[in-house]
Design a binder for this molecule. Structure first.
Ligand code: ACM
Length: 496
């Protein structure tokens, strides 16, 4: 049976079903693209997905073809109120027409079409019929920043794992991948002129495993893959705390001049860069400058959290300098919200990410006063690394346990931030207890789609009792994708 039009996650802005308008993909269906190179790349991506799932030829041709059975992807000439990420999707017996002003919107529309098709579309030559319910969807996001953060420092994850996660988050219209690249337990990005960062700092991980790191080419590969899914990578170099791996590699970065041993535990707050030393800023300029050069997106994240071993005046000096270095390399700084304790230049687009568990914590108040953009990643709602319940083996509990309902059932406007200052939401996934892709998936699913929906969908669609039905309907797709997820008892999953 075809899914009801609009029964997708995140819920669309508006849905207008037409019971007489169902469309069927069959062996004669063609894909028509118009509007330039991104129409081509999105059409090719969709064609590959649908060919794999249906086994049909689905040729892609240029032009706004209308005869026969057509899936049309049209770039340009769209309703400008829908912005770069919005789209319309119109389903009638002869065609599915996805139209958008920009490639991002076209891609989001294609992901919507994917979710409207039966789960079998995710398997090779899956079972049809491939019916899409008739009518029209008009859609655009509530917030510009809908993030997922992945910690590749506590445990290292391969390029293939990160690319798989990018595909999984993009299915739910997440558009930011915040990569936590460095921490006490590991340094995961190669920096020219500082080879020991990876050779030594990247050589282990929590629990003492082998760790690993990305070469600059591998990092570029991740960034390009993300861009092909309209996901912006925001790389994070955490400082002035969370730096033991760097200090173990380069004793000159410590105040004592003595390198600490590598660290494979999960405590926080014991390491600090030596803020008074000039070498600290040569290091920072090399690292942030090389990252900026490899990162097409506008942001570089500088950490700023849990600097418990940095004297307060040193913390201020460090954050001011790091923000300046990021700006000097043409990027905008992102930091955890503690950094707002430092007077930040307003009107520059700087983003503070609020991760506290209280609705109006001090770092949120200072971030509001600093007039920076705010991303809400509340620890007790959005942290995917918290246990679901007392039976969950993976995960932490400092802010949890966090049920699927708790992760979904909140509204950014309940935080004391002027509405126009909220840039969006983010779901962090720290990896102290996570070692495999399957672990990542079990923590992210099914909570991540809830955060994605909070970031994308209008508040008027927010309703746990209907959301949990849409969520249950995702399970066959996840099974078809071999995506592990936690069968939370809060949701009535279909028999697998
Ligand atoms: C954090 O969880 N330390 C940002």
């Amino acid at each position: 049976m075809a899914a009801n039009l609009g029964d997708i996650i995140p819920a669309p802005l508006s849905v207008d079903p037409d019971p007489g308008g169902d469309f069927t993909i069959d062996s004669a269906t063609v894909i028509a693209r118009s509007g330039g190179s991104e129409a081509t790349s999105v059409s090719d991506w969709l064609a590959e997905l649908l060919r794999h799932g249906t086994g049909f030829a689905l040729p892609v041709a240029a032009g706004a073809a209308r005869a026969g059975s057509v899936i049309a992807l049209e770039l340009g000439d769209a309703d400008s109120s829908l912005g770069d990420e919005g789209y319309t999707l119109a389903v009638s017996p002869g065609s599915v027409v996805i139209r958008a002003a920009a490639g991002a919107g076209l891609f989001h529309g294609a992901e919507t079409l994917r979710q409207l098709l039966p789960a079998g579309i995710e398997t090779a030559g899956g079972r049809g019929p491939w019916i899409v319910s008739g009518g029209k969807i008009v859609d655009r996001p509530r917030y510009p920043w809908r993030g997922a953060m992945l910690d590749v420092a506590r445990h290292f994850f391969s390029v293939a794992d990160v690319e798989r996660y990018i595909d999984e988050i993009a299915l739910y219209k997440i558009n930011v991948l915040h990569l936590h690249l460095t921490d006490d337990q590991g340094w995961r990005i190669a920096i020219s002129g500082w080879p020991r960062l990876t050779a030594v700092g990247g050589s282990t991980e929590v629990g003492g495993g082998a760790g690993g790191y990305y070469t600059q080419d591998q990092y570029r590969q991740i960034v390009a893959y993300a861009a092909s899914r309209y996901v912006t990578v925001v790389p994070e170099i955490d400082g002035p705390g969370h730096v033991n791996a760097a200090l173990a590699a380069y004793p000159e970065l410590t105040c004592s001049g003595t390198a600490p041993p590598l660290y494979t535990g999960i405590e926080v707050g014991f390491s600090s860069l030596c803020v008074g030393k000039p070498v600290t800023y040569r290091f920072l300029d090399d690292v942030l400058g090389q990252l900026a050069a490899m990162t097409p997106g506008p942001y570089i994240a500088i950490g700023g959290d849990e600097a418990k071993s940095t004297p307060p005046e040193d913390y201020v000096a460090f954050i001011e300098k790091a923000v300046q270095i990021v700006a000097a390399h043409g990027k905008t700084a992102v930091g955890w919200s503690e950094m707002a304790a430092v007077p930040l230049p307003s009107g520059t687009g700087i983003v503070a990410e609020y991760w506290d568990t209280s609705d109006n914590g001090e770092s949120l108040r200072t971030a509001v006063q600093d007039d920076v953009r705010i991303v809400l990643a509340p620890g007790n709602r959005a942290y995917l690394d918290q246990k679901y319940d007392d039976n969950t083996t993976l995960g932490l509990v400092w802010a949890g346990p966090t049920s699927v309902e708790t992760a979904y059932d909140w509204d950014p406007t309940s935080y004391e931030v002027p509405a126009g200052q909220v840039e969006g939401v983010e779901a962090p996934l720290f990896s102290e207890t996570l070692t495999t892709m399957s672990d990542i998936e079990q923590m992210a699913f099914p909570r991540l789609p809830g955060i994605a929906e909070i970031g994308w969908s209008p508040q008027s669609t927010h309703d746990w009792s209907s959301y949990r039905l849409r969520l249950a309907a995702q399970a066959p797709r996840w099974e078809a994708m071999n995506l592990d997820f936690y069968r939370s008892p809060e949701v009535s999953w279909p028999a697998g």
